[in-house]
Write a protein of this length. Structure first.
Length: 146
């Protein structure tokens, strides 16, 4: 994948009240804009900058996490123009870059959101592995690969 950069530009986490009872967490990821951008690697190179917004809303009115950022994408100039024109016309991205773009944004934003939720005492928005009290825990230190 010709993605060459990833940046968080805004991180916001708020907890309005203590977490009790039944809560729901709504996820939302949007590509907000696609723009031309120039970077200097060996020489000046044209790239596309994909601005995104990742939101988590803890309901009923418990808290929220908002993450804004961008990813840079490089390709030949003709392909970049085609992608940008399609975006301007229909707000859609070609399938060949959509999965890589969204998977990268989701991976990095979910990890950052877990960190932020921990800092303000909101429950994790993703299920974390748990050990049941009745399960036997068997760890062989010689088999650990890390």
């Amino acid at each position: 994948m010709p993605f060459i950069g990833f940046n968080f530009e805004k991180l916001s986490a708020e907890r309005y009240k203590e977490v009790k009872g039944d809560i729901k967490i709504k996820h939302n990821l949007n590509i907000v804009d696609v723009k031309d951008h120039k970077v200097s690697l060996d020489k000046k190179q044209e790239v596309l900058k994909f601005d995104f917004e990742f939101n988590l809303e803890y309901t009923p009115n418990i808290g929220k996490i908002n993450i804004k950022g961008s990813m840079l994408y490089t390709e030949n100039v003709k392909k970049l123009k085609e992608i940008k024109q399609e975006w301007e016309k229909s707000k859609k991205l070609p399938n060949e870059i959509f999965a890589g773009l969204f998977n990268t944004i989701l991976a990095k934003s979910n990890i950052k959101a877990l960190e932020l939720s921990q800092e303000i005492n909101l429950p994790p928005h993703l299920p974390l592995p748990r050990i049941d009290q009745q399960q036997k825990v068997k760890v062989n230190v010689n088999e650990y690969i890390g």
